[in-house]
Design a protein around this ligand. Structure first.
Ligand code: SF4
Length: 439
């Protein structure tokens, strides 16, 4: 069980020396809320430290798989809902490759998975790994498939076999790689745990019953394997939602250590189910087959869930040339909220008219929100003009304000002496017509 702030306080020295930056009581409350590191207090006794260490561990263990410098980390979340706090470690999206396919098909598929990426509001999104499955049950085929995959990509791996010896031989062939081993059950746990311990690799455990899953986790831990992933063998909408939510609640609300590990989900080819599992609460989602359309939808969904809801996605303030502008081209100004930037940039680009896009720093807010918050005003626009030295690029000195802040016209004219200041359309979609009339 997690300790309360007062229980933690009783274990602290209670001298209020403030070396941790606060009083003992405040520090205890921060520890209870998992917002402070116990190491900040140098005076905790060894006996108290042991108790507090256990209490200060994250409720869901952080598990890492890695390959050739690429790292995928899941777990370590401390809330149930995104509005409470940001989710930090995005669900790893992984695609299965079966070892009973021809090797050239395996190579081609691995290459497509590794190469696939999505540009979304200036962020490059990609898949996280390949789950190589020993579908054939034949070790020689599995090792050949592994070699085929490694021949084309160093993407992180999940190795899936019911034979611990096959996994051991596969791990022996890998260098600078920490794959997830899937999946031990009560019939083979000892053999799987021995392999996981030998190679210091995380191990996925599977059991239908949660008590059995917790018992497996305790047993694996006693065998020396600390990095675990849980598969409660739920494959449908209702049971996934119910069981994954129950496991997350047990880990976070009850601090039930035996089930405080990331979860792995197998939605088959059902994109909607995969989406549900990303939202609640899978650490790994393994798709049966690769499709660009499914991967695109799931990567974008994941990106939207795993962003800080209090921090809008921003683009870098600055001057962006579109359609090869010159000194006669207009300067369109807007804010650095990424969706605003991409809406405006796409419309200007689509219009075919050259223009300079001046992005003012508005703390990542959209035009009206920034204006209402005092983050997009004449001073900020004048500062952006000065910092980017726009005059050198556009000596014609014609600047266009978003129509939604037409009210700024007078102030901007005052701040930007010598500039021709105009008001543009309210909506980005009307920019092409505006540029056609006033290129
Ligand atoms: S450093 Fe330790 S003893 Fe000093 S105030 Fe902080 S918690 Fe208390």
């Amino acid at each position: 069980m997690a300790l309360t702030g007062l229980q933690i306080y009783k274990l602290l020295p209670q001298t209020n020396c403030k070396e941790c930056g606060m009083t003992c009581l405040a520090f205890a409350m921060k520890l209870a809320a998992k917002q402070a590191d116990l190491a900040a207090c140098p005076y905790v006794s060894a006996a108290s430290k042991e108790q507090l260490d256990a209490a200060s561990q994250p409720p869901i263990r952080l598990v890492t798989i890695a390959s050739d410098g690429q790292k995928v980390q899941v777990g370590n979340e401390i809330v149930l809902f995104r509005h409470e706090k940001t989710f930090y470690h995005p669900t790893a999206l992984v695609v299965r490759i079966r070892d009973d396919q021809p090797l050239d098909e395996i190579r081609a598929l691995a290459q497509r998975i590794a190469d696939f990426h999505v540009e979304y509001v200036g962020i490059k999104l990609h898949l996280d790994g390949i789950a190589l499955e020993n579908t054939s049950g034949d070790e020689t085929k599995f090792l050949a498939a592994l070699e085929a995959v490694r021949g084309v990509t160093q993407i992180p791996l999940i190795l899936n076999s019911s034979n611990a010896q096959t996994l051991e031989h596969a791990l022996g062939k890998l260098q600078d790689t920490v794959p997830l081993l899937y999946g031990a059950d009560e019939t083979n746990l000892d053999a799987f745990a021995a392999v996981a311990k030998k190679f210091n690799a995380p191990l996925a455990l599977r059991a239908k019953d949660l008590n059995a899953l917790a018992a497996l986790a305790d047993k694996a831990k006693a065998a020396g394997v600390n990095d675990l992933v849980l598969d409660p063998l739920v494959r449908g909408y209702a049971d996934s939602l119910q069981t994954f939510t129950q496991l997350r609640r047990l880990a976070i609300k009850k601090n039930f250590r035996a089930l405080g590990y990331p979860l792995i989900a197998f939605p088959g080819n059902d994109v909607a189910l995969a989406g549900q599992q990303i939202a609640k609460y899978a650490g790994f989602v393994v798709l049966d087959t690769f499709s660009e359309a499914s991967a695109y939808a799931l990567l974008v969904l994941r990106q939207n869930l795993y962003t800080d809801p209090q921090k809008p996605i921003q683009v870098q303030p600055g001057l962006y040339p579109i359609n090869n502008p010159d000194g006669e081209s207009p300067v369109l100004v807007t804010t650095n909220f990424s969706i605003t930037y991409f809406s405006v940039a796409n419309e200007v680009e689509g219009s075919g008219h050259p223009a300079w896009l001046l992005i003012a720093d508005a703390d990542g807010m959209s035009v009206l929100t920034a204006w209402a918050a005092g983050k997009f005003d004449a001073d900020r626009i004048a500062k952006a003009v000065k910092v980017t030295n726009v005059e050198q690029q556009s000596p014609r000195k014609r600047i266009v304000l978003p129509g939604q802040v037409a009210v700024l016209l007078g102030e901007v004219e005052e701040s930007l002496q010598g500039w021709q200041v105009e008001v543009g359309p309210r909506e980005a979609v009307d920019i092409p017509a505006f540029l056609k009339l006033k290129p």
